[in-house]
Design a binder for this molecule. Structure first.
Ligand code: SF4
Length: 608
């Protein structure tokens, strides 16, 4: 069956070529475990919570069997009054599975549930109709943050109007209201996810709520907002786009999107050696293999004139080299110096070290602590008194160098109990770091987490003045190693990025001295004559028949959710395996900081 679903439509709005790649099952970098994605976003819990607010709602059966779901929906919609969850409506090549559809005679309420937060206490009506926060402040048009969600519900409204001409259709967004606090303890743990199969053997997930439904309804953390003015504003464009996308899918035709700076983060930008079904290669043709590529220029999207991204005009002329960009375009005070340095040192093929780096490193007081946190913002709060999307800090790692020349010591902590971890997290970290020396983070995430915990502690009925005092001291004491790197270091292998995932391989691959140092040598491996990035040497572990490894922060967040709330949450062996993976990943993040620090020291002549 050929159709454009809600997700297809969203992808096509980003770039129409993505629709063709989706429909033809091209591999992509977002292609992750759908189940882990659901867990991480908390979408399944919020979706279930929304359904429970409608006691007479009927779940349309069929799972992913769209034809069965369409037939069943038609049967239900013969009734005068009915509330459906996940009904399937198909018309003119367009298919929607609405989250909640309420039919009352010829009137419909169409509700799209999103695990996104909004401050319900600060909603204002816009003078010309609609909700102010969904619109741009100074220009006509919608706020870009909300536009994809509003386009999603606009597409559904369009399909429903085509299916029921003349009906009154009111579209709503249902969101998490962060101005509300839950009155329910352990709310998160009362939602369970189960893996099921439909009659055709297709796998799908079912959510069970094990708590008190009446209490959940009274507690209601969601807010429903009528978005008809926003939808009416979008509809003329949405209707045209929907018809064009549906026609292309029916004909099996690709609509090529423009080559642009947006291609940099396209999910179909696979490694170039993967030649089969490589969307990026197909879009860019010969320009894909240009090296060094202009898409590697740091903050390329900020190179603008009159709101236009200038690089796009070069791509249109068939120019894609890093050296094709005119230097006079790189005049932004914030980015220009960096961008020019990237081009200069890429041409020279050597690293750049600022003349200030040595003095900067010499000023750091011992012990040196290198810390990294893993955490997530959960859609639903753990405890009574907390709000949606609160910070959950579940793991820290720390490498400490006591004095000049000492090897790094490693310590870590990870929450494995089904309790709110933040205070224990902070206490254990305080005991490890104390108040002496220099504490490094990479990017200010650690600072944000500690400041959030301090805020919780100030509002707590059980204050801990000593911990609070330490947290407040840390707020001003953390040193951002990312900023040191951005201001004082560049290597062409970083390809315009200051992410630790790029800086580490750049220093590691180009400084063989590091490979022999204990304990860095654990991470030294070669494949086909090439030195691997230490992140490529992490051990994989088989969990539920899949070889799992964690190599980045989102993966860590998903692994933690899987360990705590996943299908195998009660299996101690699985629990232990996820713990091992999380610990080895976080330990490498802080070891990476030490390796980079050591590299800098070796380059500026500091014995470390
Ligand atoms: S590479 Fe660019 S043109 Fe091709 S699908 Fe991705 S965003 Fe669209």
């Amino acid at each position: 069956m050929k159709y454009v679903s809600k997700s297809d439509f969203k992808a096509a709005r980003e770039c129409p070529a993505k629709l063709f790649y989706r429909k033809n099952k091209y591999p992509n970098l977002k292609e992750d475990d759908e189940f882990l994605g659901l867990l991480a976003e908390g979408g399944f819990m919020v979706g279930k919570m929304a359904q429970l607010l409608f006691p007479n709602g009927i779940e349309v059966p069929g799972g992913r069997d769209q034809e069965a779901a369409i037939a069943k929906t038609q049967e239900y919609l013969v009734q005068e009054n009915v509330t459906l969850f996940e009904p399937a409506i198909f018309v003119d090549g367009m298919l929607i599975r609405a989250d909640i559809l309420i039919k009352r005679g010829k009137s419909f309420k169409l509700i799209e549930v999103k695990a996104k937060s909004i401050d319900g206490s600060a909603l204002e009506e816009r003078g010309t109709g609609g909700t102010a926060c969904f619109w741009k402040k100074r220009y006509p048009g919608l706020d870009s943050k909300w536009q994809p969600y509003l386009e999603d519900i606009a597409y559904q409204t369009h399909v429903l109007r085509r299916a029921f001409p003349g009906a009154d259709i009111q579209p709503f967004l249902m969101l998490c209201d962060k101005s509300k606090q839950t009155g329910i303890d352990n709310l998160l743990q009362q939602f369970l996810l189960h893996e099921r199969r439909n009659e055709k053997g297709d796998e799908f997930f079912e959510v069970e709520f094990t708590g008190d439904v009446e209490a959940l309804r009274r507690d209601n953390l969601l807010i429903k907002i009528n978005v008809l003015p926003e939808v009416e504003y979008l509809l003329p464009e949405i209707k045209g786009a929907a018809a064009e996308f549906a026609a292309s899918v029916m004909e099996g035709r690709k609509i090529q999107g423009p080559l642009s700076t947006e291609c940099k983060k396209c999910e179909y930008r696979l490694p170039l050696d993967q030649e089969e079904k490589n969307g990026f290669l197909e879009c860019w043709g010969k320009l894909a293999t240009v090296s060094p590529h202009l898409l590697e220029l740091r903050n390329l999207g900020h190179v603008k004139a009159k709101g236009e991204k200038l690089a796009d005009s070069l791509f249109a002329k068939g120019k894609a080299s890093l050296y094709d960009i005119p230097v006079e375009w790189l005049s932004s005070p914030a980015q220009g110096v960096w961008q020019k340095r990237q081009i200069e040192y890429t041409k020279k093929g050597k690293e750049w070290i600022s003349p200030h780096l040595k003095d900067l490193l010499k000023a750091h007081k011992y012990p040196l602590h290198f810390i990294d946190f893993e955490g997530s913002r959960m859609a639903l709060p753990y405890h009574a008194g907390l709000r949606p999307y609160g910070q959950v800090a579940f793991q820290w790692s720390c490498h400490t160098i006591r004095k000049l020349g000492d090897p790094p010591e490693h310590h870590d902590w990870i929450n494995t109990k089904k309790t709110f971890p933040n205070i224990e997290f902070a206490r254990t970290l305080k005991d490890r770091l104390g108040r002496e020396g220099t504490v490094f983070m990479w990017w200010p995430y650690e600072k944000i987490v500690l400041s959030d915990i301090a805020k919780t502690l100030r509002q707590s009925e059980r204050p801990d003045p000593e911990l609070l005092d330490w947290l407040e001291r840390m707020d001003g004491a953390l040193v951002d190693q990312y900023k040191i790197a951005a201001d004082n270091y560049y290597h062409p292998d970083m390809k315009g990025s200051v992410s630790i995932k790029f800086v580490l391989p750049a220093v590691w691959n180009n400084n063989p001295y590091l490979h022999k140092i204990n304990p860095f040598q654990t991470y030294y491996k070669e494949r086909e004559g090439k030195v691997l990035s230490p992140y490529e040497t992490l051990e994989t572990i088989k969990i539920a028949e899949e070889a799992e490894v964690i190599k980045e922060g989102t993966g860590a967040m998903r692994a933690y959710q899987e360990m705590m709330y996943g299908l195998h949450r009660n299996d101690s062996e699985t629990h232990a395996k996820w713990t091992t993976l999380l610990r080895q990943y976080c330990a490498l993040d802080t070891m990476a900081m030490v390796i980079i620090y050591k590299h800098w020291c070796s380059k500026v002549g500091i014995y470390f």
